[in-house]
Write a protein that binds this ligand. Structure first.
Ligand code: MN
Length: 202
């Protein structure tokens, strides 16, 4: 069994003008594909080869001897999740159910955006900002490099990739502009709701 690059849920140009086709050509076509290829090389012939991506992540998390497998498996998962966090018809308002949870956890939608943006901006170097469900509450966290909520028993609801490769071609060093656009134009709230429903059933 080997892992395959999952299809993008939209065309390469679908997120323009916010995220260019050129960024997605590299980010999806080269970086995401690269993690898939590397993961397949690393697990070939190993016991881990026959496990699902999620199982590989859980079984290698925190194990220094398997850090390369963890990093590549986690990056495959993170990117597939990230593509679905965005949609050409994005942002607007969350559904009433998610809005109520956000109000309950952060006060209001503006405060949620402010705190998420803060996490994305203060992640030093490469990493991810996340909205997660943790014991019935919504929380915002940030992780470095390939690390992800699944490795810590948490449920991811939304993520923003803050590796430079996610925004450098379109925004150069202006991470803030990219994160602003992500928050205000691209969030797929239907996907957040699906993830919340799944998290509360799990
Ligand atoms: Mn990335």
């Amino acid at each position: 069994m080997s892992f395959k690059l999952p299809e993008l849920p939209y065309d390469l140009s679908a997120l323009e003008p916010h995220i260019s086709a050129r960024t997605l050509e590299f980010h999806y076509g080269k970086h995401h594909q690269g993690y898939v290829t590397k993961l397949n090389e690393l697990v070939q012939g190993q016991d881990l080869e026959n496990f699902s991506l999620e199982e590989i992540i859980k079984r290698t998390a925190g194990d220094n001897s398997k850090i390369a497998i963890f990093n590549n498996a986690a990056q495959v998962w993170n990117h597939t999740f990230y593509w679905h966090c965005m949609t050409p018809q994005g942002s607007g308002l969350p559904s009433p159910a998610i809005k109520a949870k956000i109000d309950d956890s952060f006060g209001n939608l503006e405060q949620f955006k402010k705190e998420f943006k803060e996490a994305a901006m203060t992640q030093f170097g490469s990493g991810w900002a996340w909205l997660i469900a943790d014991q019935g509450k919504l929380k915002i966290i940030k992780t470095g490099n390939a690390d992800l909520p699944l490795a810590h028993g948490q449920h991811a609801l939304l993520t923003c990739d803050v590796w430079e490769h996610a925004y450098y071609l379109d925004y150069q060093n202006r991470r803030m502009d990219y994160v602003d656009i992500f928050m205000n134009q691209l969030i797929n709230w239907d996907f957040v709701e699906q993830n919340y429903t799944h998290a509360t059933k799990a």
